[in-house]
Design a protein around this ligand. Structure first.
Ligand code: AMP
Ligand code: ZN
Length: 474
C-alpha cells in the first residue's frame, strides 16, 4: 500500500510521495539539539523517532538525505555563555560533542549533514535581505529586524496553517524578540536581533549593524541550503509546531524561492512528548534525566533505545525506571531466542532468499501505517514465541535457524538493536574484559578470574566463544 504518514499540516494520514520524480531521493530535515546542556531523555525520544523514520525509509529502498542542524546560538546559550565566561565555541563545543556521543550510544545513524548556525551567517543574512526586499520584514527602532505578520497576510500569504491559528479570535501582539513564545502571544518575530550588552562577544556584522540571528531563521536558511527550497520531510518534537515551525514556513515561503505551487515542506512530522512518571520533566520536580544519568545508573544505550522505540511516536510516552527494567527483560527474551538460534544454526549456510517473508511483510505493513511500532513489535514477539516453541520441540532445522537469524538482521536494519553478540557493554565493562584477557594471556588465571567476578558483580557474564570472549547481561 505504500508508506502513509500523518502530516501535521493537514492533520491527516497521507500517502508519502517524494518530490523526486524518480521517487527515490528523500530530503529529511530534523531540528537538531540546542547545545546549551546535555541532551535529556525527552530530546532523545524525538531523535530516536527521527532515526526510525530514516531507517524505515531506507529499508523501503529510498535514498535519504538527512540533515540535522546544531543550534549553537540562541537566547538560552547566550545566557549560559555570559554566566560561565567561556567563549561561545568553547561552551557549545562541549555539548555538541556530548550530543554525538549520546547519539552513538543510542545507535542513531549520523545525519549526512549537521550544519551549525554560527557557520551560516551569510545564508541567514541573505534570507533576511530577501524578506526585507519583499517587504515582509522591517527594522524596528531597537535595530532588530522583524518579520511582519500583517504585511505577510495582507499579501494573501497564510500564516498559522501549521498551528491552526484562528486570527478572528486572537489579538496579534506588536512584536516579540525572544525565541520562544506561546500561541497567545502571536506577534512579529525577530529575524535578526541587534547586539545588546548582555550578548557579550556573541555578535556578527550585518547590513543592519552587529547582532545575531533569531532561532527560527537559522533552520530556514540551513534546511533550504542543504535540501533545496522545497523538500519532503521536516521533523521535530511537538513543542516546535509553534512558533518555531510556523515561523520557518513563513520565512521560507516568504522568500519566494520555491517553484510555483511548491510548499517549503511537504510533510511535517511531530513526535509527542515524553513525560517522566506522568509529569512534564523538570529539574525542580526531580524527574529530569539526561541520557548520561541513565547510563550512569547502569542502563545501556540499547535498553534506552528499545524503550524509546516501544511506543507510537504520536502518543505521549511515560518514561519510568521500571519501564527501563522492562526493556531490559524484553531484550533479554529477544537475545535468548537469538542465542538459541545461533546455537541451532551452527555452521548451516543460508541462501540469500532464506528469510521469513511473512514476518517481514507483517513488520513492514505495520510501519507503513504511520509507523505503527506497536503492531510491528507484536509481529516480532509472535515470531519469537513461535520460534521458541519450535526450538523447544526440536522442530527447527539448522537451515531454518540460519534463515531466522537472517530475518532478524533484516528487521534490525530498522530497529537497530543488534543481537546478543552485539550486546553493547559500557566502556568500563569492556575495559574489565580486556584486563581479564590480558591476565589470561599472562597465564595469571587467579587475576583473570577476579576480573570475571568483578564483571559478574556488575551484572555482566563473560562467555568464551570460538570467536573470542563476549559479555552478556546476567
Ligand atoms: P532542543 O535541544 O531543546 O532544541 O530540543 C531538541 C528536540 O527535542 C526538539 O525536537 C524538541 O521538540 C524535542 N524535545 C524537547 N523536549 C522533549 C520531550 N519532553 N519529549 C520529546 N521531545 C522533546
Ligand atoms: Zn529548527
Amino acid at each position: 500500500m505504500g508508506l502513509r504518514l500523518y502530516n501535521t499540516l493537514t492533520r491527516a494520514v497521507e500517502t508519502f510521495t517524494p518530490l523526486d520524480p524518480a521517487g527515490r531521493q528523500v530530503g529529511l530535515y530534523c531540528c537538531g539539539p540546542t547545545v546549551y546542556d546535555y541532551g535529556h531523555i525527552g530530546n532523545f525520544r524525538t531523535f530516536v523517532f527521527a532515526d526510525l523514520v530514516r531507517r524505515f525509509l531506507e529499508y523501503r529502498g529510498y535514498t535519504v538525505r538527512h540533515v540535522m542542524n546544531i543550534t549553537d546560538v540562541e537566547d538560552k546559550i547566550i545566557r549560559r555563555v555570559a554566566e560561565t565566561g567561556l567563549t561561545l565555541a568553547a561552551y557549545t563545543g562541549r555539548y555538541e560533542t556530548a550530543f554525538f556521543e549520546d547519539a552513538q550510544a543510542l545507535n542513531l545513524l549520523p545525519p549526512h549533514h549537521r550544519p551549525r548556525a554560527t557557520e551560516h551567517m551569510g545564508e541567514i543574512i541573505a534570507l533576511v535581505e530577501r524578506l526585507l526586499a519583499r517587504d515582509f520584514a522591517y527594522q524596528a527602532a531597537d535595530g532588530s529586524v522583524y518579520f511582519s505578520i500583517d504585511k505577510y497576510r495582507a499579501a494573501g500569504r497564510p500564516y498559522g496553517c501549521l498551528a491552526k491559528l484562528n486570527f478572528d479570535e486572537m489579538r496579534v501582539g506588536e512584536r516579540v524578540k525572544s525565541d520562544e513564545y506561546a500561541k497567545e502571544s502571536v506577534a512579529d518575530f525577530a529575524l535578526w536581533k541587534a547586539r545588546a550588552p548582555e550578548d557579550g562577544a556573541v555578535f556578527w556584522p550585518s547590513p543592519w549593524g552587529d547582532g545575531r540571528p533569531g532561532w527560527h531563521i537559522e533552520c530556514s536558511a540551513m534546511s533550504m541550503k542543504l535540501l533545496g527550497p522545497s523538500f519532503d520531510l521536516h521533523l521535530g518534537g511537538e513543542d516546535l509546531i509553534f512558533p518555531h515551525h510556523e515561523d520557518e514556513i513563513a520565512q521560507s515561503e516568504g522568500a519566494d524561492l520555491q517553484g510555483p505551487g511548491q510548499p517549503f515542506v511537504r510533510h511535517w512530522l511531530h513526535g509527542a512528548h515524553l513525560l517522566v512518571e506522568g509529569r512534564k520533566m523538570s529539574k525542580s520536580l526531580g524527574n529530569f534525566y539526561t541520557l548520561r544519568d541513565l547510563l550512569a545508573k547502569g542502563f545501556n544505550g540499547r535498553e534506552i533505545r528499545y524503550l524509546l522505540l516501544s511506543a507510537h511516536y504520536r502518543e505521549s510516552f511515560n518514561f519510568t525506571i521500571e519501564g527501563l527494567q522492562g526493556a531490559r527483560s524484553a531484550l533479554g527474551r529477544i537475545d535468548e531466542c537469538l542465542s538459541k538460534l545461533e546455537e541451532r544454526a551452527g555452521a548451516a549456510p543460508a541462501a540469500a532468499t532464506e528469510v521469513d517473508p511473512a514476518l517481514l511483510e507483517r513488520f513492514a505493513a505495520a510501519l507503513e501505517d504511520d509507523l505503527n511500532i506497536s503492531a510491528a513489535w507484536a509481529a516480532v514477539f509472535d515470531w519469537i514465541r513461535d520460534l521458541n516453541r519450535r526450538l523447544a520441540e526440536g522442530a527447527l532445522t539448522p537451515t531454518q535457524a540460519t534463515a531466522a537469524l537472517a530475518t532478524w538482521r533484516r528487521l534490525d536494519a530498522v530497529l537497530a538493536l543488534g543481537g546478543p553478540t552485539a550486546a553493547e557493554a559500557p566502556a568500563p565493562m569492556l575495559a574489565l574484559l580486556e584486563a581479564r584477557q590480558a591476565a589470561r594471556r599472562a597465564k595469571d588465571f587467579a587475576r583473570a578470574d577476579a576480573f570475571r567476578l568483578e564483571l559478574k558483580s556488575q551484572g555482566w557474564l563473560v562467555e568464551d566463544t570460538p570467536k573470542g570472549p563476549r559479555l552478556k547481561r546476567t
